[in-house]
Design a protein around this ligand. Structure first.
Ligand code: NAP
Length: 475
C-alpha cells in the first residue's frame, strides 16, 4: 500500500469497527491503492439499523442539530485541502473541481442548519368549516424515522452531504451506504460529524456489497425512508421493492441545451465547453446534447471546438487538469463503443473520439441521429453532440425527446423565448443563459420522468424526511 494510503474502519453505533475483511480503493488514474476500508455485510447493516433506532429514541433538539451542522461546515473549511485531495485520489476528479465540491458541501451543511432552525408545522384554519368551529389545530413536522441513504461515486462528498445534512436537520438518524469505489470521502465526512459532536448511532456507515446491504435497508421495516442517488435502473428497482417506504430517487439524465440564434455565442460556447467535460462528463447534468439554431450553428461550433481543444487532459492531481479519467476502464470502454456506434452510423467525430494515453479525450460529435446511444442514453463520459435546428418548436421537441427529465438549458437574449422554453421543457429545472449543469445547493434539484421523483436541496429534502402530525385542540 502506498505510504499515503489510508486504512478506514466503519462508524457503527458510535464505534469505529473492523470486520475482518477489507475492500480496496484504487485510483481511477494510476490504479494505485488509495486506501482500504473495512467491508460490511448484512450483520453490520442490521447493527447499524439497531443503532440508528436507539439514537432516535433520544431526540436531539433542533438547535443542537443546527449547531452540529454548522460545526461540520467549519471542519470542512479547516480541512478543505485534505478533503479535496481525498476526492481527487479516490474518484479521479480533477483537483480544482474537487475543491469546488468541498466548498459546495460546506454550503449544503450551512443551508441544512438553517432548515433545522426553521423546521415547523402550520396552523390549520379550523373555523373555515362548520365541523372545525370551536377547535384550534396545527401541524408538527416530526422526523420520518431511520433513513437509509445510498450515494453514487461522482460527487462522493457533496452528494453524501445532501443525504446526511437534511436528515440531521429533520431529526433522523442515518444508515449510509456510499459507492464502493469512493467510500473514503464519506468516511472522512463521518469523522468530521463525530468531531462536530454528533452522538453515537446518528450516523452509521456501511461499505460493502451493494445488493446485500441494500436488501437489509429494503427489508427492515424500521428504515422508513430510502434516499437514493445513482442510476435509473437501480433506483426504480429499489422503489419497486419497497412499496411501503418512502423512496426518494435522484437519477440520471441525457442533458439538452438549446442555443438560439440571438444568444451570446461566445458566452454560451465557454460555459458549454466547461460543463460538457467537467469531471470527464460524469455528472448527472453534464451537457450532452447541444441544439443550435441554424443561423448560429457554424459560429457556435467553431467557438465551442476551440474551447474544447484547449481543455487540459491529464493527471487529476495536476492543478492545471480539466479532464481526468473515467471511474474505471469498463466505463471508458463502454463510452468508446458508443462513439464507435455513432461513427459507424454516419455521425462525424469533430473532436476527440480517441485516447490520450489511457484517458478519453473530450469528444464532440455532429450529424448524430436521435436514436444513437450518444443522443438518447446517458453517456456519463466526456462526449457531447451538436445538432442544428430551425425553429424553437423543433428544438423543444428534440430536447424533450428523452425518457429523462432532470435539467435542461437555453441560451437566448429574448425573455419571451426563455419563458416559453421554461414552460415547455419537461424537466425538473431549466437554466437560462447558464449551462444546464448549474447547481447551487439550496436549489430544489431533481427530475421528472425516469430521472426521479423528488427534490433535493435541504429545504426540500426536509419535507420528505418529516411527517406532518396534526394536533387538534377542543377549546
Ligand atoms: P449506481 O451504479 O446506480 O450506484 C449508486 C449507488 O447504488 C452505489 O452506492 C451503489 O453501490 C448502489 N447500488 C448498486 N446496486 C444496488 C442495489 N442492488 N441495492 C442497493 N444499492 C445499490 O450509480 P453510479 O454509477 O455510482 O452513479 C452514476 C449514476 O448516478 C448516473 O446515472 C448519474 O446520472 C446518477 N446521478 C444522479 C444524480 C442526481 O442528483 N440526480 C447525481 C449524481 C449521479 P456500489 O458502489 O457498491 O455498487
Amino acid at each position: 500500500m502506498a505510504a499515503t494510503a489510508k486504512e478506514r474502519q466503519l462508524p457503527i453505533a458510535g464505534e469505529w469497527i473492523e470486520t475482518g475483511e477489507w475492500l480496496e480503493v484504487r485510483s481511477p488514474y494510476s490504479g494505485d491503492l488509495v486506501g482500504r476500508v473495512a467491508k460490511a455485510g448484512a450483520a453490520e447493516a442490521r447493527r447499524a439499523v439497531d443503532a440508528a433506532e436507539r439514537a432516535m429514541a433520544e431526540p436531539l433538539p433542533a438547535h443542537k442539530r443546527a449547531e452540529i451542522l454548522v460545526r461540520v461546515a467549519g471542519h470542512l473549511g479547516r480541512r478543505h485541502e485534505e478533503v479535496a485531495r481525498t476526492i481527487c485520489a479516490e474518484a479521479g476528479k480533477p483537483l480544482k473541481a474537487a475543491r469546488v465540491e468541498v466548498s459546495r458541501a460546506m454550503s449544503t451543511f450551512t443551508m441544512a442548519a438553517v432548515e433545522a432552525r426553521k423546521l415547523a408545522g402550520e396552523m390549520v384554519p379550523m373555523e373555515g368549516s362548520q365541523a372545525g368551529a370551536g377547535k384550534l389545530a396545527f401541524t408538527l413536522r416530526v422526523p420520518i424515522g431511520v433513513v437509509g441513504a445510498i450515494s453514487p461515486f461522482n460527487f462522493p462528498l457533496n452528494l453524501v452531504a445532501h443525504k446526511l445534512a437534511p436528515a440531521l436537520a429533520a431529526g433522523c438518524a442515518v444508515v449510509l451506504k456510499p459507492a464502493s469505489q469512493t467510500p473514503l470521502s464519506a468516511l472522512l465526512l463521518a469523522e468530521l460529524e463525530t468531531d462536530a459532536g454528533l452522538p453515537a448511532g446518528w450516523l452509521n456507515v456501511l461499505v460493502g456489497p451493494a445488493a446485500e446491504l441494500g436488501d437489509v435497508l429494503v427489508e427492515d421495516e424500521r428504515v422508513r425512508l430510502i434516499t437514493f442517488t445513482g442510476s435509473a435502473p437501480v433506483g426504480w428497482k429499489l422503489a419497486e421493492r419497497a412499496p411501503r417506504k418512502r423512496v426518494t430517487l435522484e437519477l440520471g439524465n441525457s442533458t439538452p441545451v438549446i442555443v438560439e440564434a440571438d444568444a451570446d455565442v461566445e458566452d454560451a460556447a465557454a460555459r458549454l465547453a466547461a460543463n460538457a467535460f467537467s469531471f470527464a462528463g460524469q455528472s448527472c447534468i453534464s451537457v450532452q446534447r447541444i441544439y443550435v439554431q441554424e443561423a448560429a450553428y457554424g459560429d457556435l461550433l467553431s467557438t465551442f471546438l476551440a474551447r474544447v481543444e484547449a481543455l487540459q487532459v491529464g493527471d487529476p492531481a495536476d492543478e492545471k487538469t480539466d479532464v481526468g479519467p473515467l471511474i474505471d476502464r469498463e466505463s471508458r470502454d463502454r463510452v468508446l463503443a458508443w462513439i464507435e456506434e455513432a461513427r459507424a452510423a454516419g455521425a462525424e467525430v469533430v473532436a476527440g473520439g480517441d485516447l490520450d494515453g489511457e484517458l478519453l479525450r473530450p469528444t464532440v460529435i455532429v450529424n448524430a441521429a436521435a436514436e444513437l446511444k450518444v443522443q438518447c442514453e446517458e453517456v456519463f463520459g466526456p462526449v457531447c453532440t451538436v445538432t442544428p435546428y430551425r425553429t424553437l418548436d423543433e428544438a423543444i421537441d428534440l430536447a424533450n425527446g428523452t425518457r429523462f427529465g432532470l435539467q435542461a438549458g437555453i441560451f437566448t437574449r429574448s425573455l419571451q423565448t426563455a419563458l416559453e422554453a421554461a414552460r415547455r421543457l419537461d424537466f425538473g429545472g431549466v437554466m437560462v443563459n447558464e449551462a444546464p449543469t448549474f447547481r447551487a445547493d439550496q436549489m430544489p434539484y431533481g427530475g421528472v420522468k425516469e430521472s426521479g421523483n423528488t427534490r433535493e436541496g435541504p429545504a426540500y429534502a426536509v419535507r420528505e424526511l418529516t411527517e406532518t402530525r396534526l394536533v387538534v385542540l377542543e377549546l
